[in-house]
Design a protein around this ligand. Sequence first.
Ligand SMILES: *[C@@H]1O[C@H](CO)[C@@H](O)[C@H](O)[C@H]1NC(C)=O
Ligand SMILES: *[C@@H]1O[C@H](CO)[C@@H](O)[C@H](O)[C@H]1NC(C)=O
Ligand SMILES: *[C@@H]1O[C@H](CO)[C@@H](O)[C@H](O)[C@H]1NC(C)=O
Ligand SMILES: *[C@@H]1O[C@H](CO)[C@@H](O)[C@H](O)[C@H]1NC(C)=O
Ligand SMILES: *[C@@H]1O[C@H](CO)[C@@H](O)[C@H](O)[C@H]1NC(C)=O
Ligand SMILES: *[C@@H]1O[C@H](CO)[C@@H](O)[C@H](O)[C@H]1NC(C)=O
Ligand SMILES: *[C@@H]1O[C@H](CO)[C@@H](O)[C@H](O)[C@H]1NC(C)=O
Ligand SMILES: *[C@@H]1O[C@H](CO)[C@@H](O)[C@H](O)[C@H]1NC(C)=O
Length: 632
Amino acid sequence: MSAFGEGDMGSRRAARQVRMDMRELRVIESKRSHATFWTRNRRFIALAIAGACVAGMLIAVAALIPTMVKKDSEATDTTLEVSTTTTTGGRGTKSSWATSTTMQTKITRSITSMSTGGGGSSSSTTKTRTTTVRTRTTRTTTTSRSGASTTSTTDSSSSTTTTTKTKTMRTKATRSTTVSSTGSISIMSTTTTPPTTSMTPSSTAYQCCPSNRACCKTTQSTFYTKGGSTTTTTARPTKGLTRTPKANNVSNRSAYIRTRPLTIWCNDYHISPIYDIKHQLKLFNVVFLDKSLSGACHETKTCAKNLKILHQGNAMMPTEKVRQEFYEAYKDDVEMNRVDIFMCFHPVAMCELFMPFNRTIIVLASTRYELGRYKKEAWMNWNKNLQIIAKNHRNVISANNLYDAEYIRYFTGIKPIVLPSLCTYTNASYQPNMHKPVLIAPIHGKQFHTEFRLNLSNALEKLKISINVSDLREVYKDRYEYSQLVQHPAIIYVPYQVSLMSLFEQYRMNIPLFFPSLDLLADWHFAYRVVRERTWGGVIEDLRNSSLISGVLDKHRPDPNNEFDRNAIYYWLKFSDYYQWPYITYFDSVDDLAVKLSQTNLTDISEKMSLYNAHVKQDLHEKWRGILEKIN
Ligand SMILES: *[C@@H]1O[C@H](CO)[C@@H](O)[C@H](O)[C@H]1NC(C)=O
Ligand SMILES: *[C@@H]1O[C@H](CO)[C@@H](O)[C@H](O)[C@H]1NC(C)=O
Ligand SMILES: *[C@@H]1O[C@H](CO)[C@@H](O)[C@H](O)[C@H]1NC(C)=O
Ligand SMILES: *[C@@H]1O[C@H](CO)[C@@H](O)[C@H](O)[C@H]1NC(C)=O
Ligand SMILES: *[C@@H]1O[C@H](CO)[C@@H](O)[C@H](O)[C@H]1NC(C)=O
Ligand SMILES: *[C@@H]1O[C@H](CO)[C@@H](O)[C@H](O)[C@H]1NC(C)=O
Ligand SMILES: *[C@@H]1O[C@H](CO)[C@@H](O)[C@H](O)[C@H]1NC(C)=O
Ligand SMILES: *[C@@H]1O[C@H](CO)[C@@H](O)[C@H](O)[C@H]1NC(C)=O
């Protein structure tokens, strides 16, 4: 069993690539005389690149998930059975893909017409300015950069520009499928004739729900109906709708869950969170349709196959057109009709696409939730849709860490529940070999890293402490086995993120962890920007003193995206996983770290972590039981 850790190599390379691409862009751009579009959208495009890039990084992160699929096959057999019909084991055959992958994001600015740019069958004569982001995925196993395996056109800004300039729209037919409690089926078909007026920007929001008119009313969406007439007809039963009739005993839902499998749909850009959820829910009667868009999907054999409309290039920031087409393609789909639950992790905004289907939605944020919705308008629309999702009690808004829960609350007022990742799939536990070095988890920021290493060596020498310390990436270049990791006495962090899948794994393996105290980390972040990936601005090194949109809570709460106010940094960093979990050892200085490394009873700490982890596992199991029992 092995893992890539945080895919640190990949992420650094990716970050460098973003910067290179951005420089290249500036050069190209300076050559253009009519640079207005670019100038206006530069920041957004930068963020868009970052998005693609971060996706790349997280794909690398996702590569955490090792080759343990085989081991886990008993556990996830239902899943794999389902998946085999939809996957062929991924695009790559070489498992080194994720280690050597960089997402190369090239931006070309082009003015295209919708019908070619969107690649769809639309007959609209829209002239749209589309920013085309080419995501080029290069496998270094093919030794050359030109091995573009996934070249796709996504658009970043057209979700807004498209509609504002639309003159005509195709006829849209929407159909909502309702399954009555007796298992019989009735279909409502709603046909909307094309709007004749052009859309105003305020109506361009994809307010989700062509089939759910109640929801559309809430947001005054004119998306499908503006300027058109609406007809409602009762239609034929959909063939292939194969939902099993409910179990007789609906009053006892525990029993019910065991009698009828719940089908969960996910098409995520990150393989780890869904992998963890599959592992967590294996004792429940659930089936997963996992159509991963992650570049590391072959690691878990979950690569999207037969996924209509969506692909790696268009699903991170889908245009309205893509959203419509997705719904149209799936509204009568046999496989889709089986789905009870949609789950979204990375990006959580993927759930916008699932809203029209009127099923349970589980939003589980594993990073800042505006991923893929960086631009102001897209972000605000996503907030509105999230509010709509949250209002329906059968849905779940959650985050796998408190920081993201608070972050969502800051911008929406919604209070997500925290459903931490469990990551017990590692099947390994602390087994220290005191001759192995204490590891230092990847630290971002070269200058800081060098200083820190030097200061630590000096401190250990000065205090005459003979403890070996090594960088994790020195000891394990690309991959490590979990069984290797647990042999190291401890892991030292100067974290670059507020929540990490690898940290969940290490904590669950009961490995003692050393972190800077909140005060020290706030200082270090303020001075060196060490928690680099806390904000999307930090990821692309375009630091900001405020968020693009304002929060909805009281004015005194500091802005989470303010990187220039130590109080704001301090306030937000305290929500990080490592300041929430017990039994982590904090150091106030490098000298203090040296002392604590030599004086801490690591066995004792590990035993306490183990007890705590057992409790977390049980608690999570009950929480998931509660969630699944609510779903009919
Ligand atoms: C959505 O589903 C619920 C229950 O599954 C049903 O009661 C409701 O009528 C549906 N709404 C629409 C607009 O189809
Ligand atoms: C339904 O549940 C009740 C109690 O929860 C139980 O007494 C009864 O036997 C169950 N019926 C069936 C058909 O399982
Ligand atoms: C439901 O069934 C399970 C097992 O069949 C049982 O443990 C539980 O007590 C039942 N709950 C109710 C409310 O009857
Ligand atoms: C977990 O590891 C133990 C030995 O360390 C092995 O016997 C067992 O089969 C493993 N379980 C799984 C599910 O891989
Ligand atoms: C440190 O590592 C060296 C070799 O890497 C080893 O010989 C030595 O015993 C280690 N020291 C401790 C205290 O583990
Ligand atoms: C390293 O030590 C120097 C000298 O004491 C100090 O100025 C610097 O802030 C320290 N850097 C770090 C990262 O600990
Ligand atoms: C934030 O930065 C902008 C420009 O970078 C500046 O004009 C503004 O005053 C700053 N605001 C605060 C609150 O520091
Ligand atoms: C460390 O803690 C363990 C478990 O609590 C205990 O058995 C052991 O004696 C402690 N070791 C030292 C050196 O205090």
